[in-house]
Ligand binder design. Structure first.
Ligand SMILES: O=P(O)(O)OC[C@H]1O[C@](O)(CO)[C@@H](O)[C@@H]1O
Length: 383
């Protein structure tokens, strides 16, 4: 497992969005070989989504051949309700990028047969070849998706009763009224997340510090379902300093030093995704640590790829999947099948990462944008 520690939630979002962009672009998805992405709701990923929207609008990424699966959904809440996870995903991401509607998968918490709906979801994930990257958040009680304490670590998509702690935590989205928070949800299982080829968790805030400590410093335990990432061969947690408050100093130093040593010994340019290493830095032919003084971890502004190295911009993706290489930027914006993908929101209503303001009192999952450029947030007609 890798633990990436950044100063604050903004830097966490920036790192994570860059990582997702690089993973998708490096994968070079095609129609025949799409990139399958699992996505969370909650306040933590909001700024990640706005960065991704921003990258899409700048032509640095395409979602044309990306298939998404949302992690969970409340039971019984109409999809048109602003706090349904369907509405949330549309508001913050889906309505602003070029995902094909048929590639967007969400659980239906109003299905007549909830068990059948969960089975349908699992079947669909298998049908598309499994999830390549599962982006996840956690609750303060250490749940991943809505897999509350005590969930089977082998669980798959199912109906779950929410823990009181989760209901309390989510009451802020329902005017602070716990009675308005749905008590049941559909959620992918712990096993569903584990089956993904890569898991990336974002954890911010002091209120999640105990959960992070349980996840990293103690054993795999169904009472802290996030701890299952210890068993995953390709898992990464990106957290902020506040979330490390309950970790031992030694643990924090250890994970920070890994990043620093790698940068000094290998060089940022030689460290690929998933921590892969192409070669050692030529500036240190002896392979030694030199003076032993480690360079500081770079700030968020220099982390990840720059827009110019956008890991083979999405324009490099082979649109028809026949392996014949790149497409032009014109092809990039066309819809080859005429089945108009969700149009990008007009510039005036586009969320911009640079305009994001922390606002824990807002009802927009703790983040708001300058009203003059806030997304129109069309909600209602679910995919
Ligand atoms: O990011 P927040 O607002 O703390 O919420 C995290 C929550 O969102 C979820 O992703 C629910 O979908 C859970 O993992 C967790 O309960």
């Amino acid at each position: 497992m890798r633990l990436i520690i950044r100063d604050d939630p903004k830097a966490v979002a920036y790192y994570t969005a860059n990582y997702v962009r690089q993973r998708i672009n490096e994968f070079k998805p095609t129609r025949k070989r799409p990139f399958v992405l699992g996505l969370p709701t909650g306040s933590t990923p909001v700024e990640v989504y706005w960065h991704l929207v921003d990258y899409y609008k700048r032509g640095e990424i395409s979602f044309r051949h990306v298939i998404t699966f949302s992690m969970d959904e409340y039971v019984g809440l109409p999809r048109s309700h602003p706090e349904s996870y369907c509405a949330f995903m549309r508001r913050h991401l889906y309505d602003h990028i070029n995902l094909r509607p048929e590639n967007v998968h969400m659980l239906d918490g109003n299905a007549d047969d909830l068990a059948a709906e969960c089975q349908r979801y699992e079947d669909k994930i298998k049908e598309v070849g499994g999830i390549e990257l599962f982006l996840g958040g956690i609750g303060p009680d250490g749940h991943i998706a809505f897999n509350e304490p005590g969930s089977s670590l082998e669980s798959v998509t199912r109906v779950k009763t929410l823990a009181y702690e989760t209901v309390l935590a989510n009451a802020r989205f329902f005017g602070g009224d716990v009675n308005k928070v749905p008590k049941l949800a559909l959620t992918v299982g712990v096993g569903t997340v584990r089956a993904a080829r890569e898991v990336l968790l974002i954890i911010t805030g002091a209120h999640k510090a105990v959960a992070l400590a349980k996840c990293i410093e103690e054993g795999v335990n169904h009472m802290w379902t996030v701890s299952v990432v210890q068993l995953h061969p390709s898992a990464m947690i990106v957290c902020d300093e506040d979330a490390t408050l309950e970790l031992h100093v030694k643990t924090v130093r250890y994970f920070k030093s890994i990043e620093q040593v790698q940068e000094q010994l290998i060089g940022r340019q030689h460290i690929g995704l998933k921590g892969s290493i192409s070669k050692l830095a030529s500036s240190d032919p002896s392979g030694s640590f030199g003076s032993g003084v480690l360079p500081p971890v770079a700030s968020a502004a220099t982390n990840g790829s720059s827009s110019s190295d956008a890991s083979q911009s999405s324009a490099d993706q082979d649109e028809d999947g026949d392996g014949d290489g790149s497409v032009s930027s014109q092809q990039f914006s066309d819809d080859e099948y005429g089945d108009a993908a969700p149009a990008a929101a007009p510039a005036a209503s586009t969320p911009s990462a640079s305009n994001i303001v922390a606002d824990s009192s807002s009802d927009t999952h703790g983040v708001r944008v300058d009203d003059s450029i806030a997304p129109a947030a069309p909600v209602g007609n679910p995919f």
